[in-house]
Write a protein that binds this ligand. Structure first.
Ligand code: HEM
Length: 171
């Protein structure tokens, strides 16, 4: 990772978030970002399914994937090596019973499977769907797994919001 980026992360990430909860800046950014990711994904599926606008669907999905890759990498570095989340979550009434940890485990199942399936769907689409994009012999595979990836992403968002509430909002 480039040194200036690491410096910026170490300098700003441990700051308090802007939503007025116990969460750090990065947690607030990701929590809010998921409220944008879900409608953008819905719009992209509408574009391809209803409007048959294959090219815009491709552009939206590739851009979303790149933005998510950068955001998730920065988020993981911050959670694992810089700010973490547990000291803020310990103040939750649900921490001692283990509910916060259980909510995180459920969320991680969704997040990890989404990352794997999503990566596969994008790489296989870029390799097998012709350019400019449109219906092809890869369509059946793409439709099945892309729907699974999309619903998995929705599950990641919902379980992430539940975890955020239990860990950083509940008093
Ligand atoms: C993870 C990323 C992606 C997701 C979640 C996704 C999602 C979807 C979904 C749910 C459909 C089916 C819509 C329906 O029910 O009719 C679809 C169709 C399609 N997608 Fe994607 N997509 C992704 C990436 C891509 C990429 C990168 C391309 C281009 C290279 C692409 C090109 C297409 C095309 C051409 C169709 C129409 C297939 C047909 O109707 O024959 N998609 N996508």
């Amino acid at each position: 990772m480039p040194a200036p980026l690491f410096y910026l992360l170490r300098r700003f990430a441990p700051m308090n978030g802007f939503l007025g909860t116990r969460a750090s800046l990065m947690l607030d950014v990701v929590f809010l970002a998921m409220f944008a990711v879900v409608p953008i994904l819905g719009w992209s599926i509408y574009l391809v399914r209803i409007k048959q606008n294959y090219l815009l669907h491709k552009r939206v999905q590739v851009t979303l994937s790149l933005v998510l890759l950068v955001a998730v990498t920065l988020f993981e570095i911050d959670m694992r090596f810089i700010t973490g989340w547990e000291s803020a979550a310990e103040k939750s009434p649900y921490y001692a019973s283990g509910l916060v940890w259980n909510a995180l485990k459920v969320h991680l199942v969704f997040a990890v499977t989404t990352a794997c399936i999503w990566t596969l769907v994008v790489i296989r689409a870029l390799r097998n769907i012709p350019s400019p994009p449109g219906p092809s012999p890869h369509s059946d595979w793409h439709k099945r797994w892309a729907w699974i990836a999309a619903l998995d992403m929705l599950g990641t968002a919902v379980t992430g919001w539940v975890f955020y509430y239990l860990a950083f909002v509940a008093t």
